[in-house]
Design a protein around this ligand. Structure first.
Ligand SMILES: *Cc1c(COP(=O)(O)O)cnc(C)c1O
Length: 391
């Protein structure tokens, strides 16, 4: 059973419950002060890196304004995200365009707005950048391992083989672009710190090759995101990742010739800032002798819990009756819509108190990342997830 003090100190939890009081569910409460603490922790652990917040994890202006005021840079994946950050007053030199999949007209739009730092992983995209964002800095995203140990893998779709990355960097130079660096993403909610080691070794190979064969000095390594947050299974603190990654870097690169380092955290910065508050709509069993209860809540995959697809991300699920319950039993947790994929956990064996009743509150902890941005507009008429910001 979840103990709330594994996730929050009493004062921290009180803030959430206070904000949740007397408000019709469902909604997400986001405590901005927790994002601030995470950001400052990351800056402290990586003092020489530039942080480009991957804004898709939580793209609200409240979050952008906070991080902008703390000095963060931003990575955007579309012109729509770009407009949002620019509207918040962030200057274009603090923004990268990290999506390798983009229309030519969007490259032009971004360039016209002052963006000159682009990710790429294909020749067609590189040519668009050369044509519509002439002279820009480009970094090539490489394919890396890590899909087995990441709970939300990002491999396959993005990145290219290191040999192709070399060709793209050479071509970038020929096309009048600045071959600026190399990026990777080890997969989101990556628990295995060794995934960064493998990736950094590949980057090192690319840096050496470009220097030796092409007399071109690459300047930047983008280590991506992937740092985990606390769901039901414990993860190492960020400090462990930072120490190991800095060690890998210093093994592969000279201290006095260290490339610029960019980090693109999303989940790890904002995941712990959110609690999704829902209510039990229905409890039922599928037969008279069924031991498993089906618990339907007023949130599901379409109100922000899409990362439970395949039961990939396992959120801590808390209900106040856990404090006093004498017996708990296995449940299937499902959402309120008419879509049969709208089941959060069937195999995972979540346990909830036998005393649970219709109308009880269910708190989904650590739901600050990839929830409100993924919530659907009106599937079955359910409105998008409401968000309440506190600090
Ligand atoms: C989504 C994404 C990130 C953020 O990843 P997290 O695992 O949430 O930290 C960073 N960089 C790129 C290019 C991304 O697409």
């Amino acid at each position: 059973m979840i103990k709330i003090d594994q996730y929050f100190d009493p004062a921290g939890w009180q803030k959430f419950t206070q904000a949740a009081k007397d408000r019709p569910t469902p909604f997400l409460v986001v405590d901005l002060s927790r994002i601030k603490i995470k950001y400052q922790e990351m800056v402290g652990l990586f003092p020489n890196a530039k942080i480009h917040y991957a804004m898709k994890a939580s793209p609200a202006v409240e979050v952008i304004n906070l991080l902008a005021s703390l000095g963060s840079n931003f990575d955007c994946a579309s012109v729509y995200e770009l407009d949002r950050v620019l509207d918040c007053g962030v200057s274009p030199d603090r923004i990268s365009y990290g999506n390798t999949i983009k229309k030519a007209e969007h490259v032009k739009y971004a360039f016209d707005k002052g963006i000159d730092l682009f990710a790429t992983d294909s020749e067609a995209d590189l040519k668009n950048i050369a044509q519509f964002a002439p002279g820009s800095r480009v970094f090539v995203r490489i394919l890396v391992q890590g899909s087995e140990t990441a709970e939300w893998p990002l491999s396959r779709k993005f990145g290219c083989h290191p040999d192709m990355a070399i060709d793209l960097l050479i071509q970038a130079k020929k096309l009048g672009l600045v071959p600026y660096g190399v990026s990777f993403h080890v997969g989101s909610q990556q628990k295995d710190v060794a995934a960064w080691d493998d990736a950094i070794a590949k980057v090192k190979y690319l840096f050496d090759w470009m220097k030796k064969e092409e007399d071109t000095k690459l300047q930047m390594i983008n280590l991506g995101g992937g740092f985990p947050t606390n769901y039901i299974s414990e993860v190492n603190p960020l400090q462990v990742y930072a120490d190991e990654i800095k060690r890998y870097l210093s093994e592969d690169f000279d201290e006095d010739d260290m490339p610029e380092i960019i980090l693109e955290p999303g989940r790890s910065l904002v995941g712990g800032s959110g609690v999704l508050v829902s209510e039990v709509v229905l409890i039922s069993r599928k037969s008279h002798t069924d031991l498993t209860r089906w618990v339907y809540t007023d949130v599901g995959l379409f109100q922000g819990l899409i990362e439970t697809l395949g039961e990939a991300i396992k959120y801590p699920v808390y209900t106040p009756k856990m404090e006093t319950s004498v017996k708990e039993g296995t449940v299937v947790l499902a959402g309120p819509t008419c879509d049969s994929t709208d089941i959060m956990y069937e195999e995972a064996g979540y346990q909830l108190p036998e005393e649970l009743e219709i109308g009880d509150k269910i708190y989904w902890l650590t739901t600050g990342a990839y929830t409100n941005s993924y919530s659907s507009v009106e599937f079955n008429g359910f409105p998008p997830l409401e968000v309440v910001y506190i600090d």
